[in-house]
Design a protein around this ligand. Structure first.
Ligand SMILES: Cc1cc2nc3c(=O)[nH]c(=O)nc-3n(C[C@H](O)[C@H](O)[C@H](O)COP(=O)(O)OP(=O)(O)OC[C@H]3O[C@@H](n4cnc5c(N)ncnc54)[C@H](O)[C@@H]3O)c2cc1C
Ligand code: FES
Length: 260
């Protein structure tokens, strides 16, 4: 029997993206779509902070999967860990996505690791919908086959035109709305802040139900340090207040986000 937090596998997914599997039965049982874990990366001595990662998948026998990109010291150290090593993992943390209702078609808009953060949502949705995935280049589009396998229509946009249309992923939103007159769509977003803000503004104007996962830089991950704040609407003189994404998010209703 593996130890709690033990790495079962850690492999290159594509380019600088990796897929890591941990044994965490208790976290797996409680995980809801869009939640994240906060990982103390084993052997990372110079920086004691945990790193947050969205939970990409969980199984009934306790295997938790994360898809991550190597961007700095922490993720570099994570990519070097081998099966059998153990990490201390906190979770599941954060406010989850709401599953689509029976009469709603889910439309997921993702950038970067956004497809990893929304895979559980897609697999648990009774209705299969559309994944709109954007990136700089084809090598940054991950998990497209996995979404297709579970019945999602995958459409891509890249800045260099190497996959799908040569444009920002937000350009793919309007066509989906136009193709579905009279049908109820529910949008979900996870990706860079600029993409989420643009998406939130388009969809709140269209009055379409939308949830956004605002993944800010985090320190404590449990609501104690205010490192992760974003502006949300508030009934005060300024019209906004700070909300901690680790505690009140990362998932927010697009109507609550302050776009000023
Ligand atoms: C709720 C949440 C879920 C996340 N899920 C995933 C995931 O599933 N897969 C994945 O690859 N990454 C995910 N991230 C981002 C991941 O936490 C960071 O990439 C990681 O902490 C970077 O650590 P590092 O030590 O390698 O890099 P650092 O040395 O700390 O930073 C390297 C570079 O990455 C940037 N960076 C760090 N954190 C973020 C962030 N949150 N958003 C944008 N840029 C960032 C820094 O500004 C810097 O430019 C998530 C972040 C949050 C808050
Ligand atoms: S990371 Fe400390 S309050 Fe959110």
């Amino acid at each position: 029997m593996p130890k709690i937090g033990e790495i079962l596998s850690n492999e290159v997914l594509q380019d600088s993206y990796y897929k890591i599997e941990f044994y965490t039965p208790e976290i797996c049982k409680k995980t809801q779509p869009g939640q994240f874990v906060h990982i103390q990366i084993a052997g990372l001595k110079e920086r004691i902070l945990r790193r947050p990662f969205s939970i990409c998948n969980v199984t009934e026998d306790g295997v938790l999967t994360i898809a991550y990109k190597v961007v700095g010291n922490g993720t570099e150290a994570l990519s070097k860990l081998k099966a059998g090593e153990v990490c201390d993992i906190l979770g599941p943390l954060g406010v989850p996505f709401t599953l689509p209702k029976e009469d709603e078609i889910p439309v997921i808009v993702g950038g970067g690791y956004g497809s990893a953060a929304t895979y559980i949502l897609a697999s648990r949705s009774a209705n299969k919908g559309v994944l709109l995935l954007g990136a700089r280049s084809k090598t940054d589009l991950i998990l497209t086959d996995e979404f297709e396998k579970i019945g999602f229509d995958v459409r891509t946009a890249t800045e260099d035109g190497s996959s799908g249309i040569k444009a920002l992923v937000t350009e793919l939103i309007k066509p989906v709305i136009d193709e579905n007159p009279g049908k109820k769509l529910r949008f979900y977003g996870c990706g860079p802040t600029g993409m989420l803000m643009a998406m939130g503004m388009i969809l709140t104007k269209e009055e379409i139900e939308t949830e956004l996962s605002l993944d800010e830089l985090m320190c404590c991950g449990i609501g104690a340090c205010f490192a992760c704040v974003v502006k949300v609407k508030a009934d005060n003189e300024d019209g906004w207040r700070y909300a901690r994404t680790c505690k009140e998010g990362p998932v927010f209703n697009a109507n609550d986000v302050y776009y000023g």
